[in-house]
Design a binder for this molecule. Sequence first.
Ligand code: EPZ
Length: 422
Amino acid sequence: MDRIVVRGNGPLNGQIPIAGAKNACLTLMPATLLSEEPLTLTNAPRLSDIATMSALLRSLGTEITSMQDGKVLAMSSHGLDNHKADYDIVRKMRASILVLGPMLAREGHAIVSLPGGCAIGARPVDLHLKAMEALGAEMDLRDGYVHATARGGLKGGKIDFPFVSVGATENALLAASLAKGTTVITNAAREPEIVDLVHCLRRMGAQIEGEGTSTITIQGVDRLGGATHPVVVDRIELGTYMLAPAICGGEVELLGGRIDLIGAFCEKLDAAGISVRESDNGLTVARKNGRTKAVDVTTEPFPGFPTDLQAQMMALLCTADGTSVLEEKIFENRFMHAPELQRMGAHIDVHGGTATVTGVETLKGAPVMATDLRASVSLILAGLAAEGETVVNRVYHLDRGYEHVEDKLSAVGAKIERVHGE
Ligand code: EPZ
């Protein structure tokens, strides 16, 4: 198995380009199932999760042509010949559940494997199923699969989520776009990836209002056309690389970065004494002198502080001046990186959903284990500022969400390399 070796190498300077968003692309790709006409995504990220979604869609009958080194995905679902999303693909990636809504809406039936557990939490899909039932579908759970039918097609309805779910909102949006009548989603997720999905569906001819707010109204249409849609920039990749100069010192420009996508995160960086400013090509982050200040962080749905940046933020706070309290409110088991950071000399106390981080002068390099996507990159960030060598094992987690991490970081002066396993 590949591993990544990082050596602390002082301040970072230069530019890092930010790719299209994994979590937008994973909900945009299933939209192809809603139409017989081609859907082309540009600015697509090159990641193993995108390859998994492509394999899933191909297994249902979608034709996908990847162009421009994988940045353009031309998809066509004019004829779907299989309505079963198999466990062997779904178990690799939970976002596979996002084919349920569009297949049900277009074909009136779908069989989708339940995703199973995940390192960061139980992550059930009950809200997805309830949303489909609110649109008139019948759900039957059998042998680890959801057997869904919508005789006579889906019908518009009221979907009131008890708490915010990004995935369930996306599945409901995809399904309601072709449902007969009006659907109103309340307590909807407001993430930029949701807004990007609505913009794409609108290009295909959908009638939707309220994206980015908690109430979204969808007027179902009989059919959707084709479209070409640019994937929004990846705010989580952006935040991750903004933390590199914050942790090591220096000044880095993030090409394509947008402050409106990560306002709450930027506020915390500002409070920690890190300068963030808009530049002609994106955002510039700098830490010239002095230690980072301790700050408290609580993860929340957008526009709050993103849970997908919690692990990376913890890496920064490990060497801050003072004690920081991090509260993880979205997932029940998302501090797996803490014991690994402790192996590097960090002082972290975890109690349930709260981690108390007492900053130390410096971290020390050590062999560490990646447990999930965001935990893996937080260990790389910590290694950039640590004395000596850090070896991050199981980096296959990383490749799910970050393209060419070692190239992007070494371009701004980091000492980082990938060692290929047997
Ligand atoms: C999306 O996951 C992202 N994944 C996650 O990013 C991200 O952490 C999460 O949203 C929150 O922002 C993708 O977009 C592919 P949720 P999702 O439904 O949709 C519970 C990354 O690192 N819940 O908003 O699965 C759930 O268990 C990944 O890129 C139910 O109980 O998240 C969680 O505690 C990790 N029942 C909470 O809601 C449901 O039916 C929020 O989950 C659905 C969710």
